[in-house]
Every structure is written in C-alpha cells, then in structure tokens.
Design a protein around this ligand. Sequence first.
Ligand SMILES: Nc1ncnc2c1ncn2[C@@H]1O[C@H](COP(=O)(O)OP(=O)(O)OP(=O)(O)O)[C@@H](O)[C@H]1O
Ligand SMILES: [Mg+2]
Length: 290
Amino acid sequence: MSPDSVQNEKLNSAPGAAEAKKGLFGREKNAEDSPETNPTYGKNLNFAAAEAYRLLRTNLMFSLPDEQRCRIIGITSSNAGEGKSTTALNLAYMLAEAGKTVILIESDMRLPTISKQLGLQPIPGLSNMLAGLSSGKDIIRKTSLEDNLLVIPSGDIPPNPSELLGSEQMKTALEVFSQTADFIILDLPPINEVSDALVVSRLVDGIVMIVRQNYSSRRALAEAMRQLNQANAKVLGFVMTAANTMNKWSGYKGSYKKYSKYGYRHGYGYGYRSKPAQSGEAQKTNPDGK
Ligand SMILES: Nc1ncnc2c1ncn2[C@@H]1O[C@H](COP(=O)(O)OP(=O)(O)OP(=O)(O)O)[C@@H](O)[C@H]1O
Ligand SMILES: [Mg+2]
C-alpha cells in the first residue's frame, strides 16, 4: 500500500473525517489548487485566518522572548487530522513574513504532506540526512512563499522514525540549523498514535498543541497531556482549529476560533462552520477536563 493510500485510509476513518477533508473555509479541496491558489496557506488565506495566525505568531514570540538565539517549536496534537501541518506551515509563513529566517521541518515522516502541498522535491530529506546518506545542504529547499522560509522535507519513509527523530544526529542537526535560523518549526505526528513527538519534545523549546473542535475527545487530549508532562515537555499553548464561535462584540458568527494559552481561553482565531456535536463525543477540550 502506498503512503498516500495509507494516509487517505487513516484520514477517512478518523472521527469527523468528512469535515476535516473539507479544509479551510468549508470548501471542498479543488484539484486545481496550487501553491499560488491554495486558500489554506500563505498569501491566499482570507483576512480572518491570516490575522489569527499573526496573533499566534505574536503570542509565540512573547512566550519565547529570547531574541538572541533560534527558537525551536514543535507542533503536535493528540489525534491525526487536527490541523498540525496547516498550522505549522502558516505559522512558519507568518514568522517569515515578519522578517524572521524560518526553517520548517516536515518531521512527520510517516504521513508527510507539506512538501507535496508546496510542490517541493520530497527526497532527499530529513530521514536521509539522519541516516547519514545526505548532507544538510542537500535537504534544504527554498520556497516561493517567502525568501526567508526554508523547508526540509521528511525524505524517504524510514522503518524507525522515532529512533531517527530522537537520535544524537537529530540533536546535532537542530543545533547546526539553529545557527542560521531565527525559528525552527517542526511538524510532528500526533502524540496518541506514535512516540515521535514525545522523543522530539526534549529537543525543542516548546510544544504547541493543536485541538480540532468537535473532533478531539477530552480523554484523548488529557492522555496526550499526561504523556507530554511525563516527558517533561514544555507546552506553550493550544490552538483550536475549525471552531465555530460567536464573537460577542461584533455578533459575527463563523470565522473565529479560540486560542487558549496557559490554561485560559481567548476568543480570537478563525475556522469554518463545524458540524454539530456528535453525541457521546466530549466537546470541551481543555486539558483540565473542565
Ligand atoms: N484552522 C483550521 N480550520 C479549518 N480546517 C483546517 C484548519 N487547519 C487545518 N484544516 C483542515 O484540516 C484538514 C487536516 O489538516 P492537516 O493536514 O493540517 O492536519 P494534520 O493534523 O497535520 O493531519 P495528520 O495528523 O494526518 O498529519 C485539512 O483539510 C486542512 O485544510
Ligand atoms: Mg500532518
């Protein structure tokens, strides 16, 4: 079975998969979408979505204020399909837009999507370098999004992604890339499915948890948080995707999500109209279980 069909099968069988497949703004993905026209990232985002990612950028800059060195941020979630790769790509883009040099690493070696989305050559990539088969220089790709946004594709799918990601070579690679970047963003697999994100958590400055509304259960998020705590990971905050909230000031309903940080919630963000709650599926997603 090809990696693509494995990914499709996984996404199709996930709870809320039909909704997730619709993508941003509730529209079906169009075969004609290209890096120039795809509305889910970069310059093609709508105003509300772009503002939400800028706000995330600002909050992260406040969370990790040390301007003197590169900051390394891992993006993960409890389950598959919550919006990690989309958030990682847009966060990296927004940081680059603000003049930062950013390296976005496709660290989900099992289900890589970013290099494909950007039309970048997928091989050689991170796995090839960690296995000693390619040099750092060979695996860095420029993008058409911003000159200062560089992407490292995941490379060939290895039999042992978590071993590679937790290796000394990975630690050294991050140290080397840190010398030329202001931010390194890692798009990681989901915590409750594989151990990759946990092994990487000790190499990063902080983790951002993505939580898709009406999709993750409270129990799944609590379990992911338990594992992160056990690994002594620093969780910087939570991004809620695909949320449907009423803005109490403007009364505008639809394009806003909640971004909760350090255990409390802010009413800003973006998303598209979510389907009604599934019965039996926990709706509240804060890790305290409240
Ligand atoms: N903030 C958002 N609002 C609405 N839809 C979103 C949002 N972010 C991502 N999506 C959509 O959700 C789907 C899954 O997104 P994405 O591939 O980024 O998730 P993922 O967590 O990386 O998945 P996987 O676990 O398979 O790697 C895509 O169709 C994407 O367009
Ligand atoms: Mg992904």
